[in-house]
Design a protein. Structure first.
Lengths: 159, 649
């Protein structure tokens, strides 16, 4: 049986994007949630701003899913799969890497900032805007990685 | 904003402060630290009254929190606040005094409950200690040494107990009765002769035997246990009775809440009174009032104190101290919250909110990029916003709702342009970003450049306002020329990358751009270090020019407009694909509809969060970074702050 390496690499890429970015977001959001529980035990009325801070590291997982979905669409999974050559499969795998790796690391790092932001809100209720802004700064790199992944996947191969 | 100085007799202080509170427009300055003129002032009387009223306020709050459990009022579907007028709330203070005995009684009930609870705990502990001994049918007074024998009850660890007990029984010098056994211990009753005491004690301690103590009453353990349980049941009954009484009080909750608000108004007034400067018979205050309210203030003070006061309203002498008040029309007003989250602008700066609101809502719209979601947001948030408006006013509702409502409208606009309608196949009015990503990126960078240049223009305007014309020229105008020039210059090249050929018009625009760029660079090099002497002048120019790299990263930052719009589109597409797949059979169609709704709700929530946060970030970092002067004092007028009723005036 001949293995269609192109498809293997393409699907691996999609899987990686989902897995790594998802892990990153899960870690970031869960750690932030732990800090949130601590602060809420003292100040339950600050739930809204704290919830926003906890949710912020969650976007990388969505970006990963996006690129995974784009790869699947490119390969036409839902409509009768294309013939994917090995090189094309490798290109799609490469395209998944920016969002996968940067998503993983930036989500975890963003989680750290979110934790400190939550503690900041615990000390000063009016600082939530600043805490949110600082947390969002980290996301710039996830967004750039998303863009890069998209460009590679979208333009890197054509069927 | 005008500066206010008022000096008046203490006898009219209450009237004046109350009227000012209702007026709600005077920003009263805090007394400066180390203001020696009032260092000797005796505030103890005022502070005493304030502490007293604060104590009352806390008691009322305690009762309200406690009674919340029994609150049977229907919760309204939407959080529309109750409204009342200032005067009616203040009047409630009088009628509220009837509630004070209730509040005192409630505190009594609280301490009674605490007592009962701790008794219950004690009884329970005693009962559980007796539990293993229930089978011992002997009056506890008799579990004591007699003249010739040692009589005791106690525990032995369950592990190895059988072995030890057999060993002890083999001695044949004592009576052991196993009363009870649980997982950890066996409970034994032992009698032996005094003569064997030493031997037995040794054996028993080796086995881990520990003597148990019994309560100093009479009766068998079973009897004592039953009496304890009876006492406990009685206590539970008493507690239930108290709870029933308390639930009866819950009907007074609306009155209590009104009283709370009335009390907190009085508390605020007393606190303000205690914080003002003055002498034994006279008090004074300083503050700021928006210029157009000057006459209203004069009339109010004249009404309240007549001639027994001196009111001076003048131009502020120190512009840095003047509090910053942002005033905009009803559409821009909610966006002030975006600015306030970042910081308060200097009062000497300009109000950027109108300009920012246009950019903010546009960027939001591009990032949410789905006209369907835009309609939902616009309609829902507008309705909710109107519900939170104070009676008869057009401004002052929940600012977040206002921002979302207006951004929702812009979302409809951009969604229609890009063809996003809940993932359904509708032709875009302009183009689909996913099909022409380079054009989209170009659009994002162009809008970004527009945003940055607008920031620079604002900077120039501020500099001109401060009569710093050189700054306006070097820091604002020259960079505007440079950046606009660069953009124009780059246009033919970008068009070439996208694959088309440049028209002659485009080429000549490019040429204009080239000259503008050169002009800009020259100006910056020559004037960038204009404050300095000699070689410093050139190095200053060079380092100013280096700022160009900052602009590059700023412009790139706007690619997030594309990326986030992409997120929305792709998730909608994913939902649509899944729905298409399972549509058909009965269950399939049902599941498909659920997924459609659920998926779109998820998409909406995630992307509204992202759009809100990233739009804000673009304003804070890229836009404000060009011109914003922070560190201002926010305008915080002396207004009533109530919890349960919103004041109507």
């Amino acid at each position: 049986m001949e293995i269609q390496w192109g498809l293997v690499f393409a699907f691996t890429g999609a899987a990686l994007a989902g897995i790594l970015a998802g892990i990153g977001s899960a870690l970031g959001v869960s750690r932030a949630g732990q800090a949130a529980s601590g602060v809420l035990s003292e100040y339950p009325e600050r739930f809204a701003s704290i919830l926003v801070l906890q949710a912020l590291p969650g976007t990388q997982g969505v970006y990963g899913l996006l690129i995974a979905f784009m790869i699947l669409l490119k390969v036409n999974v839902f409509g009768g799969m294309e013939d994917v050559s090995t090189v094309q499969g490798l290109i799609l795998l490469a395209g998944s890497l920016p969002v996968a790796v940067v998503g993983l690391i930036s989500a975890v790092m963003q989680g750290q900032v979110a934790i400190t932001g939550i503690h900041l809100v615990g000390k000063r209720a009016d600082a939530s805007g600043k805490a949110i802004t600082m947390t969002v700064m980290v996301e710039t790199y996830a967004v750039l990685a998303l863009l890069l992944s998209f460009l590679i996947v979208f333009f890197g191969v054509s069927f | 904003m005008k500066k206010v100085f008022l000096i008046a007799l203490k006898s009219s202080r209450e009237q004046i402060l109350s009227r000012l509170h209702k007026f709600g427009a005077l920003h009263i300055s805090e007394l400066m630290e180390g203001d020696e003129s009032t260092a000797d002032m005796d505030r103890s009387g005022d502070e005493g009254k304030y502490e007293e009223s604060r104590g009352k306020l806390e008691k009322i709050d305690a009762v309200i929190s406690k009674l919340k459990r029994y609150d049977e009022r229907k919760k309204p579907l939407l959080p529309i606040p109750n409204r009342a007028s200032y005067d009616s709330i203040v009047k409630s203070l009088g009628s509220g005094h009837e509630l004070m005995p209730l509040i005192a009684y409630s505190a009594e009930l609280d301490s009674k409950k605490m007592e009962l609870n701790s008794s219950a705990v004690r009884l329970e502990a005693a009962a559980s200690r007796l539990h293993p001994w229930l089978a011992l049918d002997l009056d506890v007074r008799n579990i004591a040494d007699t003249a010739s024998c040692r009589v005791m009850a106690g525990t032995m660890p369950a592990a190895d107990s059988r072995q030890y007990i057999e060993e002890l029984e083999a001695q044949d010098k004592l009576l052991i009765q196993k009363v009870y056994a649980d997982r950890d211990y066996v409970y034994l009753f032992i009698i032996y002769h005094n003569a064997d005491n030493e031997e037995m004690t040794q054996l028993l301690s080796r086995a881990g035997f520990m003597q148990a103590s019994f309560p100093k009453s009479s009766g068998t353990p079973m009897q004592i246990y039953e009496s304890l349980e009876n006492q406990r049941r009685e206590i539970q009954d008493q507690l239930r009775g108290i709870e029933e009484e308390e639930s009866g009080f819950a009907e007074k909750l609306p009155e209590l809440e009104r009283l709370y608000d009335a009390m907190s108004v009085e508390c605020d007034l007393l606190r303000k009174a205690a914080s003002l400067g003055g002498t034994q018979h006279v008090f004074y205050l300083t503050g700021y009032i928006p210029a157009h309210m000057e006459d209203d203030l004069r009339k109010l003070i004249a009404d309240a104190a007549g001639d027994a006061c001196d009111l001076t309203i003048s131009e502020p002498d120190n512009p840095e101290e003047v509090p910053t008040m942002m005033e905009n029309n009803a559409l821009v007003d909610p966006f002030e919250s975006i600015t306030s989250m970042f910081g308060t602008p200097q009062s000497t700066s300009i109000d950027h909110n109108m300009v920012m609101s246009i950019f903010y809502s546009s960027f939001f719209g591009m990032m949410l990029s789905d006209a369907g979601y835009g309609i939902i947001l616009a309609v829902a948030c507008t309705i909710l916003y109107i519900l939170t408006l104070p009676k008869g006013r057009k401004k002052g509702g929940n600012k977040l709702l206002g921002v979302l409502a207006i951004s929702g409208v812009l979302t409809i606009f951009w969604g229609a342009l890009f063809g996003g309608w809940l993932g359904l196949p509708v032709k875009p009015l302009w183009f689909n970003p996913m099909e022409e990503p380079l054009l989209m990126l170009g659009l994002c960078f162009a809008l970004g450049m527009l945003h940055l240049v607008t920031g620079l223009v604002l900077k120039g305007i501020i500099a001109v306002k401060h009569k710093q014309y050189m700054d306006a020229f070097v820091q604002s105008l020259s960079w505007i020329i440079l950046l606009v020039g660069l953009s124009l210059f780059a246009m033919p090249a970008l068009v070439a990358i996208a694959g088309s050929t440049a028209s002659p018009l485009l080429l000549s625009i490019g040429q204009i751009g080239k000259y503008m760029t050169i002009a800009g660079v020259v100006i910056i090099l020559l004037f960038g270090g204009y404050g300095r002497k000699g070689i410093g002048r050139f190095t200053g120019g060079l380092s100013s020019l280096y700022g160009i790299s900052g602009y590059l990263s700023d412009v790139l930052s706007y690619s997030r407009l594309f990326a986030l719009g992409l997120t929305t589109s792709v998730i909608s597409m994913a939902v649509k694909v899944i729905v298409d797949l399972i549509w058909g059979s009965f269950f399939g169609t049902l599941a498909a509809m659920l997924i459609f709704v659920g998926g779109n709700v998820f998409n909406l929530v995630i992307n509204v969060l992202g759009a809100y946060v990233h739009s804000s970030r673009l304003q804070y970092i890229e836009f404000f970074g060009k011109f914003f002067e922070g560190g201002g004092t926010p305008y915080e007028p002396f207004v009533p702050k109530t919890k349960y009723y919103k004041i109507n005036d």
